[in-house]
Design a protein around this ligand. Sequence first.
Ligand SMILES: [Mg+2]
Length: 268
Amino acid sequence: MEGLPLLIECAQQIREKVLPLFAKPEAAKTYGKGAGGDQMKEIDLIAEKALIETLEKNNASCTLISEESGTKRIGRNPSAYYLTTDPIDGTTNAIRGLPFVATSLAASETRNISDIDKALVSDILHNITYTAILGRGAYRNDQRIKPSTESSLKDAVIGIDLGTPRRKEFETSFMGILKKASHLRHLGANALEICYVADGTTDAFIDMRGKLRVTDVAASYLILLEAGGTMTTPEGKELNASLTPTQTVSFIAASNKQLHRAIRRSSV
Ligand SMILES: [Mg+2]
């Protein structure tokens, strides 16, 4: 497995194949459930195919951990590297024509989220690429990024995913935040929403539903941490999730420790 340039090439190839399908009816053609449990759409499969072809063309060796096809061994020495991916995060947005769709790619030597050492999230419609290398900071295209210093829950712009039919179970934690925050958003591609916290566009992103897959957040986790932000479980513990297609995570991602604490206090 090569470094960041290979991840960048993969993302570019995916973008090229996916853009013509944006908001087109054929993007929505359905093919049964993928490894992560969601219905696979034409646009998801085209993106994953572009990824696998690019890896093979570059003679890369890695184990792909994908939301669509599950675990797939590629090349001669597939156990040396793991590539955790959601080729298209925001499939519903892409089909409906909402311009907020991402590719997420995270490379690691083990199957644990804390060992991710290279990460890329690309904003497909705006052609913006977020990257991070462990210990070397996070970037939006060529610009180093850092999160905001906003610490007030009332003034912060907070992304929160409330999309679950089990809303009743999460009522207490949701309501605490809903009562205090004035600027709530949910844009529909969680990988990209965490990058928005990393570069200060928003101040926090919260997903406590217990159903978001690790394939969606693996890359943006390193990007946010390298930018200087904080991301933990709702209880304030390290995420420590294993990298498998079905593993789910709940988390609070915030620009700084004060805001993170304010969110935690109001959600318990
Ligand atoms: Mg997806």
